[in-house]
Design a binder for this molecule. Structure first.
Ligand code: NAG
Length: 359
């Protein structure tokens, strides 16, 4: 009986929270609608992008459905509250519901019912967005089509990050280039405020010609950066060797476009050509399959090896042999900088993870 009462109280509380959340969504929607009206995106370009979004094939999903089914079963047994949490976690992405603009809303465009969006940069401002909710572990994926033409000096970022002075962060950054020259795909990881673990690549495709899937996968055993399902980088949890690994601080996902011409293009030698502005990066097919973080208790919940926590399944704890092969192919042919080979920078003493197995 006592338990029943408690349950009812929690449900009522949860319902109140949901109502508040719905109000917030409505507010943001209004706010964003106003933004959108102010935007002077060329109609033709927008229509063309929409057309492309429609015709581009949805990437095949590799998520095992049994995990999800088990999760639902688990939640039916253990209560309504958890179910609400799971629904939040796996609900289909919608910009208005899941994202907020933290900078340069005039350069943000959202269309197709919150499924597609674009971030722009002009000589007045760039633009930045972030997820509303925090999470611990899971995967964040989005298809991005980077700034086409002369994008030299522009930097498009896509990362997940916590806040505070000892923050954790897992980065993708795309450094633009003059027309016909390759972008640089820059990756980095920060754990408890320490970074300096950069690895850079050239893409094996033109990232401005079509959408490509960029995924950050984060679980208690490893972090993997994927492009179109191919692992380009892995960072294993070597905490037992005293190497910091992000697993205690909840993160949000962010994306932004900004003027990085003071360093991005060959150390600042090539400046942005504003004649080509506005510069725009396009987004679609965002998926946030993450473990929602509500309170300190979420740390244990999100790390627990349960069927509901699909990211803790053994299959995600290590790269498969096939994935190891793909990783080596990318490293051999497309890696242009690796902090683990920069003896000069680290004055002959490379960070300890550099001498441990990569995968
Ligand atoms: C741009 O292209 C040049 C020439 O191919 C290359 O050296 C450079 O690394 C590229 N990327 C950036 C960001 O400058």
């Amino acid at each position: 009986m006592e338990g029943d009462k408690k349950m009812k109280a929690t449900v009522a509380e949860e319902q109140a929270k949901l109502r508040a959340f719905a109000m917030e969504v409505k507010d943001t929607k209004n706010e964003l609608e106003v933004c959108q009206k102010r935007l002077n995106l060329q109609e033709v370009e927008l229509a063309a992008t929409q057309e492309e979004a429609r015709s581009s094939k949805v990437l095949a999903e590799d998520r095992p459905c049994t995990g999800l089914a088990m999760a639902t079963l688990h939640n039916l047994i253990f209560g309504f509250v958890l179910l609400v949490a799971m629904e939040h976690a796996f609900a289909d992405f919608n910009f208005y519901k899941d994202m907020a603009c933290y900078w340069g809303y005039r350069n943000l465009a959202v269309w197709n019912n919150g499924q597609n969006f674009a971030l722009g940069l002009n000589n007045v401002s760039g633009c930045g967005i972030q997820t509303r909710n925090r999470f611990l572990f899971g995967s964040v994926e989005m298809q991005i089509k980077l700034v086409h033409g002369n994008s030299a000096g522009t930097v498009t970022t896509y990362y997940i990050s916590s806040t505070g002075s000892k923050h954790d962060e897992i980065d993708f950054e795309f450094l633009g280039n003059v027309s016909g020259q390759p972008y640089i795909i820059h990756t980095n990881i920060w754990a408890q405020g320490l970074g300096r673990k950069e690895v850079q690549f050239y893409p094996w495709f033109d990232p401005t010609a079509a959408f490509h899937n960029y995924t950050i996968h984060w679980n208690p055993s490893q972090i993997v950066w994927f492009i179109d399902g191919i692992p380009i980088r892995v960072f294993r949890n070597y905490q037992s060797y005293g190497i910091a690994f992000p697993n205690q601080q909840a993160m949000r996902a962010y994306s932004s476009i900004w003027n990085g011409d003071s360093w991005a293009t060959r150390g600042g030698q090539v400046k942005i050509n504003w004649k080509s502005a506005p510069f725009r990066a396009f987004y679609q097919q965002v998926k946030l399959r993450t473990c929602p973080w509500y309170s300190q208790a979420s740390t244990a919940q999100c790390s627990a090896k349960t069927p509901a926590n699909w990211w803790t399944a053994p299959v995600y704890s290590r790269l498969s042999y096939a994935q190891q092969g793909q990783l080596m192919w990318v490293r051999k042919n497309y890696m242009i900088y690796n902090y683990c080979q920069d003896w000069k920078r680290f004055k002959g003493v490379l960070p300890p993870e550099c001498s441990l197995p990569l995968y």
